[in-house]
Design a protein around this ligand. Structure first.
Ligand code: VG1
Ligand code: CO
Length: 543
């Protein structure tokens, strides 16, 4: 068997977005599409030839097909050894854990995260570097450039490998090892958290409902929560990863995890409800009668992290994406540690974590994580909450309200306008950008603009920059509205409007969120003309 060179021609749409390449399955099924991207990675990333590569995905439709392609190309490109999760599975945080823990030169993660799967759904492919995180712009830039000039790729003519059985096989001199997708990750969780205390919590009758949404975290949650921590059988629901997620949308938000939300608001609510997304990096946390916004969750976890053994020494800093509410900033201030504000997307946290400048990170989009891996981590967030609850023995609602009394409450919501006409969405953003400098002292929704810009970021570690990361408008009362276009959508454009209002007075912290935000919502409409540009009067999804 020897490597064969296959002639190909460039596609013009292989620019990695917020989380790698994310497209409809049909796009990836085009002949040479996956191959071109993968070869571009082999051509531009050092250390893969002769090194260790990790491959795994969330099990969605086309997962195994793409993995077989990658394995053959890895062999043809001289990779020494490939670790692949059994049945092609690796959650995104587990892939990061394996890349770091085993000293890999990098890894391919196959997922479109929380987007629907199946033949008509979405697929995704991204490359993570040796640090375990999504490749930064300095790596994705050359990959993309390579896809624009590619003329051939390398593969081997070999039968597909058996991914269902653990063990080692050889492919043209490359060793391919099919590994337990949970083992390395489970071990890491056991080192970070007080498993004995959490076991006691479950033994005391504490009830959890964990919704794996027919996606990748099922096997992880069953092994860790039920087998290792003693949560009753049946705690994990929709636990089997299915190629089409059972027709469901594996996005753990209040729309797609409505059953869980309704349960948690009802009379039979367990103590904690949690869910994760397609690839296991997002988390939803709901206490009995209390939904915890991801921004609040980050703040509460930052304030309580030292209760878990892995963070007992305290945290070095917090980082949040720009649109995430500023609740965590107040905790960082109290702890006397820095709080960094980064552009949307986990890749921007990597340098801060590597440099030991931040320990916890979070995004408003249900992403929370720490320096234990270089991806956000859904099950990790659930375990940290469990550790906090085991140590404090108080309800989620109690803990959150006490947090607000101490730090104030950041009322927060994100409005998503999906599948908006791309031209209209761009026009809205361009118009806003065009008038930023004239907005100072301008009144909208009864608020006065105190500051407005198009967020630009300079990485404090390597000095790299990212411009045009979203329009943020701050009002003189501490309220804020942020506008940006999604980088992960696969149909039309998605406009995201992030709304925030700070309420320090404990007597005023119990309002309904939309009521509390009414004037900020009004300000957003006045400033951006959402209806005028998009024709929409209501967002499609509110989170
Ligand atoms: C969205 C979220 C962002 C997140 C990204 C990837 O991006 O807003 O916070 O990092 O998805 O999440 P956008 O560009 O559509 O707003 V996931 O769970 O891919 O991995
Ligand atoms: Co995800």
């Amino acid at each position: 068997m020897a490597a064969i060179e296959v002639a190909t021609a460039p596609f013009d749409d292989q620019k990695p977005g917020t989380s790698g390449l994310r497209k409809k399955v049909g796009v990836f099924q085009q002949p040479h599409y996956v191959e071109n991207f993968v070869q571009a990675v082999f051509d531009t990333v050092d250390g893969l030839a002769g090194g260790l590569l990790v491959v795994g995905g969330d099990g969605r439709y086309f997962n195994e097909r793409a993995i077989q392609t990658i394995l053959k190309m890895a062999a043809a490109n001289g990779v020494a050894r490939v670790l692949v999760g059994q049945n092609g599975l690796l959650s995104t945080p587990a892939a990061s854990c394996v890349i770091r823990g085993r000293g890999a030169a990098g890894g391919f993660i196959l997922s479109a995260s929380h987007n629907p799967g199946g033949p008509d759904g979405d697929f995704g492919l991204k490359f993570n570097t040796a640090a375990g995180g999504p490749a930064p712009e300095g790596v994705t830039g050359p990959i993309y450039e390579r896809t624009r000039t590619i003329e051939h790729y390398l593969t081997v003519d070999a039968p597909d490998l058996d991914l269902a059985t653990r063990g080692t096989a050889e492919l043209d001199g490359t060793v391919v090892e099919v590994v337990d997708p949970v083992a390395d990750y489970g071990g890491l969780m056991e080192r970070l958290f007080d498993f004995a205390a959490i076991r006691d919590l479950f033994a005391s009758g504490f009830r959890l409902r964990y919704d794996a949404m027919n996606a990748v975290t099922g096997p992880y949650a069953k092994a860790i929560l039920e087998d290792a921590l003693g949560a009753p059988a049946g705690t994990v629901v929709r636990a089997e990863p299915l190629p089409d997620f059972g027709g469901a949308h594996p996005d753990p938000n209040l729309v797609h995890a409505k059953d869980l939300f309704d349960l948690m608001m009802g009379p039979d609510a367990p103590d904690l409800g949690a869910a994760s997304d397609g690839d296991g990096d997002r988390n939803l946390i709901i206490g009995r009668g209390r939904f915890v916004t991801p921004s609040d969750s980050l703040a509460v976890l930052a304030a309580n992290a030292q209760l878990a053994p892995g963070y007992a020494q305290g945290i070095k800093g917090v980082a949040r994406s720009m649109p995430t509410s500023r609740a965590a900033d107040r905790v960082a201030e109290t702890l006397g540690v820095p709080c960094f504000e980064t552009p949307t997307g986990w890749k921007f946290f990597g340098n801060l974590l590597d440099a030991g400048m931040a320990t916890l990170c979070g995004e408003e989009s249900a992403g929370t994580g720490s320096d234990h891996v270089r991806e956000k981590d859904g099950l990790w967030a659930v375990l940290l909450w469990l550790n906090v609850l085991a140590a404090r023995r108080r309800s989620v609602d109690d803990i959150v309200r006490e947090h607000w009394r101490t730090y104030g409450r950041n009322y927060y919501a994100r409005f998503d306008y999906e599948e908006v006409d791309a031209t209209a969405a761009t026009a809205l953003m361009d118009e806003l950008r065009g008038k930023l400098e004239h907005l100072l002292d301008h009144k909208a929704g009864g608020h006065t603009v105190a500051y407005a810009d198009d967020f630009a970021y300079t990485d404090p570690v390597d000095g790299s920059t990212a411009a045009k990361q979203g329009v943020r408008i701050l009002f003189d009362d501490g309220s804020r509205v942020v506008f940006r276009l999604s980088g992960t959508g696969t149909a039309g454009a998605t406009l995201r409007v992030y709304l925030e209002r700070y309420e320090p007075d404990p007597a005023k912290q119990d309002a309904e969120v939309r009521t509390a935000l009414a004037s900020v919502i009004q300000a957003a409409e006045e400033l951006a003309g959402i209806q005028r540009h998009t024709g929409r009067t209501e967002p499609d999804v509110v989170t």
